[in-house]
Design a binder for this molecule. Sequence first.
Ligand SMILES: CC(C)(COP(=O)(O)OP(=O)(O)OC[C@H]1O[C@@H](n2cnc3c(N)ncnc32)[C@H](O)[C@@H]1OP(=O)(O)O)[C@@H](O)C(=O)NCCC(=O)NCCS
Length: 160
Amino acid sequence: MTPIGPSDPVEITAAETYALRQRVLRNNQAAAHLQWDGDNDPGTFHLGIRDGSGSIVAVSTWLSGPSATQIRGMATDPALIGGGLGSRLLTAGIERCRSSGSTVVWANARVTAISFYERAGFTVVGAEFETPDTGLPHKVVRLTLGRDVDRFPSVAPGTL
Ligand SMILES: CC(C)(COP(=O)(O)OP(=O)(O)OC[C@H]1O[C@@H](n2cnc3c(N)ncnc32)[C@H](O)[C@@H]1OP(=O)(O)O)[C@@H](O)C(=O)NCCC(=O)NCCS
């Protein structure tokens, strides 16, 4: 019988992100604070991927403001890292931001994960810093969501 693979990215609740947040992002610390500011704000959504038995194997949180959206808590089950799940979440979230009118998507990215964001078109902005919750080096990464008109600008007369 063919095994059932991971699901498409689906919307999940904040609480459904906690197990992977704890395991992957908080080093499995029992006392880790897993409910984060903004988790239940009206503009926030959480995307996840389930495996064939329904367990959540990748998570991400998207905090949408009026024009910019912050990604938090990107985490893939360690057994599945490098298998494309993170990229699928990133693509799905970006598409949702694009259709809801966000113009910028950004994240405080662990330095170790910057290549993951760069592959999706993000660029690094500014200097390295440590986040208090992790003590790990981070940099801001940012993706501008241009509308079609921005991606294909008209050429001003006389510039060719
Ligand atoms: C970053 C992360 C969410 C990416 O998810 P993923 O499912 O592994 O993503 P993909 O398989 O789509 O992409 C893997 C790419 O991410 C990059 N990457 C970043 N960190 C990585 C890691 N720890 N292990 C493997 N690849 C990593 C690599 O460039 C890799 O590219 P490659 O396939 O050319 O080698 C996942 O690696 C993870 O949970 N890492 C630990 C927690 C973390 O750093 N979260 C991000 C906080 S900002």
